[in-house]
Design a protein around this ligand. Sequence first.
Ligand SMILES: C[S@@+](CC[C@H](N)C(=O)[O-])C[C@H]1O[C@@H](n2cnc3c(N)ncnc32)[C@H](O)[C@@H]1O
Length: 335
Amino acid sequence: MTVDLKHDPERACAQIFNSAIAAAAISAAWDVGVFDELRSAEQLNIDEFAVRRGLDTGATRAVFAALADADVVRRSGGHTVAGPNFAEADRTKGFFYWLTRGYGELFGDLPRLLRQENRSGHFYRRDGAAIGIACRQNNEVFFDPTFQPVLDSLDFSEIADLGCGSGERLIRTAQQRPGVRGIGIDLSDDVLGLARDEVRKAGLAERITLVKADVTALEEQAAYARVDLVTSFMMGHDFWPRERCIASFRRLREVFPEVRHFLLADTARTTGFPDGDMPIFSLGFETAHAVMGVYLPTLDEWEGVFGEAGWSCAGRHLIDTPAASFMFHLVPSRR
Ligand SMILES: C[S@@+](CC[C@H](N)C(=O)[O-])C[C@H]1O[C@@H](n2cnc3c(N)ncnc32)[C@H](O)[C@@H]1O
């Protein structure tokens, strides 16, 4: 949204306020099935939808009012149809879920989190499972079209996914490649609980192992000895600052002695967008990490670490949404 504050500040601030409500409404609408339903049916009746889905009618009407204010839906009489922003909100709904469910508590707590005296120990809270759900969605829409063809071109038998989140990438890969085994490593109990449920539901508990560990300081283990493909999606920035990233990436070659490919995908810190022109997600992503005290490297900074860390870049894929996103195909450099 580009808000022209010079012209009508009153209207502009109303829009800023209302868009915050619309963001929560898009996230909730996804959760309760509005997008699926409106995508397949031409219209829906809000009260009937609420009753059928076990929702409170008054609250559901209010959510639709917020969606209508943002032109995601249009209401007329008893019927609701997709609005001009429906398709794009459907495509980007994972970002709204990330913002309002995953990081809702952190943004709500912003005044406290700004103060130096409150910034020690585990000083912020976010919802790891909700972030895992949002990332699964954003992977499917924004990263998989780049990831899948590269994966299809590789020969591998054992994959380790660093910061595996919901486990979706391992599950899908194991389903596509019947002989392949997977190891998911993450340090969040919430997200490992979600991944464990999904792996069990997919009937893959025999082939996918989930491990709780900090991937920036992995210990050698017999279970890692045969891993020939390492992946890491949407968490690469957690390896930084630079010296730590170099040390961790070097360490990956010792912990996974048979590794032949490392697919690393993440969103970098944007540079060069003027105020008022930030694309979707970037402002939230960069603000949240600044508040958490997590350094976000730029694309140039990323490209400057691989050589020192013992990896060569065999493929460089840039992704436009989220802005400044990438997938690097790394291979071990010769020692
Ligand atoms: C944004 S989510 C992405 C999840 C998943 N890779 C995906 O693409 O859907 C980042 C994940 O990395 C995990 N993570 C962050 N730092 C980590 C670390 N040092 N060691 C292990 N996991 C980490 C988080 O717990 C979270 O599940």
